[in-house]
Design a protein around this ligand. Structure first.
Ligand code: RRO
Length: 349
């Protein structure tokens, strides 16, 4: 009896060893020779897509862009369930704002033009939603913040972090609201003051979202980084408009709006490429990303992560999972062990 037990034990041991080795060898075909010394168990747990973004741990490099699907924990959860690696809220300010009158969005070739006018419930009200969202989300929640002065940005950022935000993204780039957004990001001295004020008051990462409507976005990024920005998001929408030929009037009630979607992808890509050459902090690419190949282009240009917005309108929340799977297949096919290995690769000769 004892002998039979011993035999079975030996058999089990041998079988385990075989499956262990097989898994190890299989993995070796998929990865580079440099990991030959890595224990098999570690390799099997390897994740090509996880990133550390200025201290935030993301399961993959896709994020919900600010401005899309706004302010409720249900929509954030829906996007996270669709595979997003992080959520960025719509911009929130000190006081509630109703935004512009309709029409606030119009479709154009290859994109949308919006002029919502920063509608938001104000940080006091939104703080409750942040706390509740934190309880249901398993990915980082980044709160987009705007203000009409440096102190206002700082106050809102502080309240957002106190409510549970994992990071804040400063909106210094909305193209069509007076005395905030790009009117701040386009003035280096004011931009510096805003970033410094926020950095002095919050202990979480501070991202700064930039406008392409400047002479040199790389110089703007450098100003933000020198003031303490932990990451740069590039880009916000491009200032644009549309006219109704029948009424001979601008379509949007605000006349001017911001263009998003595939039309701006090459502009956004150029911006990321230029910023990567100038600053050392992580860059988050944003603008017209619709599929995994767009996302991969941004990573190769120098983005550590990508934000997706307009494409959700046509493809739904599962776009995050589709893009992540596409990037993973690309990394596997090219023999990369981590998404980090392709960040900025197009700069190397
Ligand atoms: O709310 C808006 O109209 C808006 C904002 Br805050 C922004 O940052 N970018 C944009 O295109 N629209």
């Amino acid at each position: 009896m004892e002998q039979k037990k011993q035999k079975q034990k030996l058999k089990r041991k041998r079988r385990n060893k075989i499956s262990h080795n097989t898994a190890y060898k299989t993995k070796l075909y998929l990865t580079k020779a440099t990991i030959l010394k890595t224990p098999a168990v570690k390799i099997l747990k390897e994740n090509r897509l996880g990133i550390n973004l200025a201290g935030l741990k993301l399961p993959n490099p896709t994020m919900l862009a600010s401005g899309i699907l706004g302010y409720t924990k249900e929509t954030f959860k829906n996007i996270a369930d669709g595979g997003a690696g992080a959520i960025v809220t719509k911009s929130v300010g000190l006081k509630p704002r109703s935004g512009y009158a309709n029409p606030t969005v119009t479709q154009t070739s290859c994109g949308l033009i919006n002029a919502m006018g920063l509608p938001n419930p104000g940080i006091e009200e939104f703080a409750k939603e942040i706390s509740e969202a934190k309880r249901v989300l398993n990915v980082p929640l980044i709160v987009s913040v705007y203000g009409f002065a440096a102190e206002e940005y700082a106050t809102v950022a502080k309240k957002a972090v106190t409510a549970g935000a994992d990071a804040v993204e400063l909106n210094v780039s909305c193209p069509h609201v007076k005395e905030t957004g790009s009117e701040i990001g386009q003035k280096p001295e004011i931009l510096k003051e805003v970033v410094k004020n926020v950095k002095s008051i919050v202990q979480k990462p501070v991202f700064v979202k930039l406008s392409p409507n400047v002479t040199s976005i790389a110089e703007t990024a450098e100003t933000a980084v020198n003031a303490g920005a932990d990451a740069i998001t590039a880009i916000n929408t491009v200032k644009a408009m549309a006219i109704d030929t029948e009424t001979a009037k601008p379509i949007l009630s605000n006349k001017m709006g911001g263009l998003s979607g595939p039309a701006i992808k090459p502009i956004a890509l150029r911006c990321v490429y230029e910023i990567y050459e100038k600053v050392k902090v992580p860059i988050i690419g944003c603008g017209g990303i619709t599929n995994w190949r767009d996302a991969a282009e941004f990573l190769l240009a120098g983005a550590s992560a990508v934000q997706i917005g307009t494409a959700i309108a046509t493809k739904g929340p599962n776009i995050f999972r589709a893009i992540t799977r596409g990037i993973d297949a690309y990394l596997k096919r090219k023999g990369f062990r981590s998404v980090n290995e392709i960040v900025g690769l197009s700069h190397k000769s």
